[in-house]
Design a protein around this ligand. Structure first.
Ligand SMILES: [Zn+2]
Length: 134
């Protein structure tokens, strides 16, 4: 994705494309992937970027809030940012921490509980935790 495409994508989501936000978005939106804030920071550092850790965290929060990326909390200590925002499911490898996509049409949900009064369903996402066979 070119820099001007990244800028356009930010604007589409109501985000002002500052140089730092562009840097973060360019890395994350480069391809379909799931990155934690620390993994993203590592990639930025490897490119010689000097964006601070706090900026990366704040920027990712902002991107998550505006729907530019999807936030995935697989356990309370690990949050990932997904560059694929349409509905899909995930495998989560508990030993390696690796997330991989499962296309939405590969999971069939046969029954769901009645929703609490006054609510409507927004989405259903399945996380299948996996580990290597012993
Ligand atoms: Zn995903």
């Amino acid at each position: 994705m070119s820099r001007s495409d990244v800028a356009a994508k930010l604007k589409e989501h109501g985000v002002l494309p500052t140089p730092q936000r562009l840097e973060v978005a360019a890395v994350l939106l480069e391809r379909p992937q799931h990155l934690s804030a620390d993994q993203l920071l590592e990639k930025l550092r490897a490119q010689g970027s000097r964006v601070s850790k706090a900026t990366v965290y704040n920027t990712l929060n902002l991107f998550g809030e505006c729907g530019l990326v999807k936030e995935l909390t697989v356990d309370p200590s690990r949050k990932y940012y997904d560059s694929t925002t349409h509905a899909h499911h995930h495998f989560f490898h508990v030993e390696t921490g690796k997330l991989s996509d499962i296309p939405a049409n590969q999971v069939e949900i046969l029954g769901l509980p009645q929703l609490p009064p006054g609510t409507e369903q927004e989405s259903v996402e399945v996380l299948i935790r996996i580990r290597d066979k012993k």
